[in-house]
Design a protein around this ligand. Structure first.
Ligand SMILES: *Cc1c(COP(=O)(O)O)cnc(C)c1O
Length: 433
């Protein structure tokens, strides 16, 4: 067995496999969902979501721990409820996410609140509704949280997010652990900031938080950061602080192509955590997003036209950058596959795959090898579960696309496509018009 077999079952990253030439989501043909809900749409696999959560949970076995799903990667209520039922806590970064987590039935003491710009209202909401801890990212935020906690007559449990100044070696837009990034406080100032926190009323220090970036494909930057955290635990304890919890962030990468080197497995990540931090007796929290949700979702789209360019062929599909912005925003690669496998001996083709939005950036892939396709054929974008639907917009007045959840041989629409009427109903006219 290779590493990828262990994590991803028989070389599959997920539960989206071909049967007799037809792509399935678990036991449901993708074409059947397309016929029921129309294209484009997102479809998620319950089995893949829970499997990836369980891999993390098992990787930390033997240490007190909580796996908090970074719900900014995929925040549909049905997905949250699925993961919460499996035992997940939630990592939230806004009042809206906190509201979603609570509405999905997640207890306040399983919700951690991250983010550099928590407002007083968001703090009030979490302190009133229940919170495991705030991951505080600056001195002014700490003062604000203290003031809000005093106002409410409660105590706010906190960790302080330290920036360990390690290079995560990932895309610049998703690296967060270098001193030039806006996140956390420089680890060199940690002692002073913890001292300040201890002196502020109604705050209770519970631990340390660190998150160095996303889509990391190597354990070395994590290990470098966690070794610095281990030193900091000792120092802060010597200073008299009670450090009982370590929030280690998310960021473990996923393979976006079959040919990629396989990123580290959760089990090896867990071993490294035990090796670097296990002796400290702390409760461990991790906040994976992408590794749980990324390969648990497809975006399915239909070919509208095949257009002959001067020196290339364009596959114009009904999905666009407003539905899946990762290629435009991060130069991200998604494998794009036909929903019906071509017959043996088919004609191969090369396509630039583009959406209908009026931007050159609305390009999903250039010169991509695919079997020859025609108008009406369905294609599926793999690894689209994370940072897909949650980053979508109605640019070009394209209604948000539906989300579907599959569970075995059942599927359900978990967010319907709005009608045009519903889309414009949120706009209101000023009285002078
Ligand atoms: C984005 C983010 C995560 C999740 O990152 P993934 O790469 O999706 O695992 C976790 N924690 C914090 C603080 C984040 O900002």
């Amino acid at each position: 067995m290779t590493a990828s077999d262990i994590v991803y079952e028989g070389n599959a990253l997920d539960h989206f496999l071909y049967r007799d030439g037809h792509l399935f989501a678990e036991d449901v043909p993708v074409a059947e969902i397309a016929a029921a809900v129309g294209t484009p749409f997102y479809v998620y696999s319950t089995a893949t979501l829970t499997r990836h959560f369980t891999l993390f949970d098992e990787a930390l076995e033997g240490m007190p721990h909580l796996v908090c799903f970074a719900m900014k990667s995929l925040s549909n209520q049905a997905v949250l409820k699925t993961l919460a039922a499996a035992g997940a806590g939630m990592d939230v970064v806004s009042g809206g996410e906190y509201f979603r987590a609570k509405a999905a039935g997640v207890a306040g003491d399983k919700i951690v609140f991250s983010g550099v710009g928590k407002s007083a209202d968001e703090m009030r909401m979490a302190l009133t509704g229940g919170i495991r801890q705030f991951n505080v990212e600056s001195e002014p935020e700490m003062e604000m949280l203290s003031a809000v906690a005093v106002e409410l007559g409660v105590t706010a449990p906190i960790t302080i997010r330290v920036n360990p100044d390690v290079d995560a070696k990932t895309h610049a837009k998703i690296a967060t652990g270098k001193s030039e990034n806006k996140f956390g406080i420089p680890i060199s100032r940690a002692r002073a900031v913890y001292k300040m926190a201890a002196a502020l009323p109604n705050l209770k220090i519970v631990g340390i938080d660190v998150h160095i970036g996303s889509q990391l494909t190597d354990l070395a930057p994590f290990e470098a950061a966690y070794l610095k955290v281990a030193d900091l635990v000792e120092t802060l304890r010597t200073d008299g602080h009670e450090i009982v919890r370590l929030d280690l962030g998310g960021g473990l990468g996923i393979p976006y192509t079959r040919s990629n080197a396989v990123p580290p497995l959760p089990v090896d990540y867990g071993k490294m955590i035990k090796r670097t931090l296990g002796h400290l007796g702390c409760e461990i929290e991790i906040e994976p997003g992408r590794l749980i949700s990324g390969n648990a979702g497809l975006m399915v789209s239909k070919v509208i036209y095949v257009k002959e360019g001067e020196d290339r062929q364009f596959l114009i599909i009904d999905g666009a950058m407003n539905d899946l912005i990762r290629p435009a925003m991060y130069d991200a690669h998604h494998d794009i596959v036909p929903v019906v496998e071509p017959a043996v001996g088919h004609e191969p083709a090369k396509y630039d795959i583009v959406g209908p939005v009026c931007e050159s950036g609305d390009t999903f892939a250039k010169g991509r090898d695919l079997p020859q396709l025609a108008a009406g054929d369905l294609v599926a974008f793999r690894s689209a579960g994370a940072y897909g639907a949650v980053m979508s917009s109605e640019y070009n007045s394209r209604p948000l696309i539906p989300e579907v959840l599959v569970n075995g041989d059942q599927f359900a629409v978990i967010r319907a496509r709005p009608t045009y009427e519903e889309m414009i109903a949120r706009d209101t006219m000023p009285e002078w018009l």
